[in-house]
Write a protein that binds this ligand. Sequence first.
Ligand code: BGC
Length: 491
Amino acid sequence: MVGLGPRRRPSRKGSMADMPKDLLEQIKEFEEIFTVDAAKLKQVVNHFVKELEKGLSVEGGNIPMNVTWVMGFPNGHEQGTFLALDMGGTNLRVCEIVLSEEKGEFDITQSKYRMPEELKTGTAEELWEYTADCLQQFLEYHHPGEKLDQLPLGFTFSYPATQDYIDHGVLQRWTKGFDIEGVEGQDVVPQFEAVLKKRNLPIKIAALINDTTGTLIASAYTDPEMKIGCIFGTGVNAAYMENVGSIPKIAHMNLPADMPIAINCEYGAFDNEHVVLPLTQYDIIIDRDSPRPGQQAFEKMTAGLYLGEIFRLALIDLIDKKPGLIFEGQDVSKLRKAYSIDSSLLSAIEEDPYENLQETQELLEKQLGLKAVKSELELIRRLAELIGTRAARLSACGVAAICKKKNIESCHVGADGSVFNKYPHFRARGAQALREILDWAPNEKDKVVILPAEDGSGVGAALIAALTLKRIKEGNLAGIRDEKQFQALLG
Ligand code: BGC
């Protein structure tokens, strides 16, 4: 890029000094509605802890707290060859993982397939056929002409599912903009296995897994201090290990109280009742116009799928309520299209290193056909910062709530997802919020540290499949519907 101004100074006060008064006022308004102070964070966390508890109770609550039948952590001696399939939302990934005899070592072969946008609102048959196609292509490519034995598959299906068994999952509801008929309320495992069978693919689903549970297990495999697995991506969620004795909703199964079992919180659904979250009018519109109004309240304020849309709605509101204040006389039709702004635009705006915000200016022109002057660019930059900061600070509440609920004073948290990995300052802002919520002394080292996770939906899924087979062999049949179904995999 040419003709760039000097690099931005760390302090941005100077750049606001020559802002027109009405734009400064507007920035203040945005600051008021999007800022979440420490007191509010604490209030959110206190309610969050109660809601996590409620989800484990017999009567249940907004947060599903799904029992996963992943029982305990790997010890590093898991072995075997496993397939892993990740149906995350943006891509479909197939992996073959060989867990070796050497402690903690593995080999991975993988292929990625794009998940066509139309599939997300198509039919169940199209979804499963496409997914089976990817698996079939993978096997044909990597094992041409081979006669394969039955392979165990760890299927990462990252949507809320009720699991009575590890190879079972009744989809509670689609999230992340998916809206495929004929799957909600159904067990996805037989739907998918029927398509695999029709194609004579030598595959048995050994475990249906959530991406957070995979992240938890994969991260704990290499770092025993990992206690929570999180995703901050298109959607948001976390998993942690609970004692069976603290899960009243499965008390009737009479399992040993001290047996560990991973809980997939599905805390994107936190505060669906809108009791405590500091909603703006934009959050309310997002919910109203989404395929599932009333669901995933916490996710809709923090996840990558929605950050660009919150930003877009705020700008449109300004254009409509205060005509002429920004983009006077310009064609804003591109900006009017719902979901036309991706969170990667906010990332790029926040990353613009130049004092004159030239990269932001170029992006707005290229993506939205808008020519912004300096003061407009300043407002846009501030709005992106506010939305990104709110997301990071609220995201920290979920982690803090699990720590509080479990009385964890210090631990590592394994995190994955596009927002965590790519959104600028997300980690530092989240860490700052944790500091405020958990009241560490000013010079104290962070006790709860969110770190990049190991590959949850690849290695994590393979490990969970391996752990499942191992415990069946050892006779721990909790969450196993019919051990005979696993016979061909037990060797
Ligand atoms: C899904 C979760 C998933 C999270 C992150 C949410 O929308 O309901 O199952 O873990 O996204 O992918």
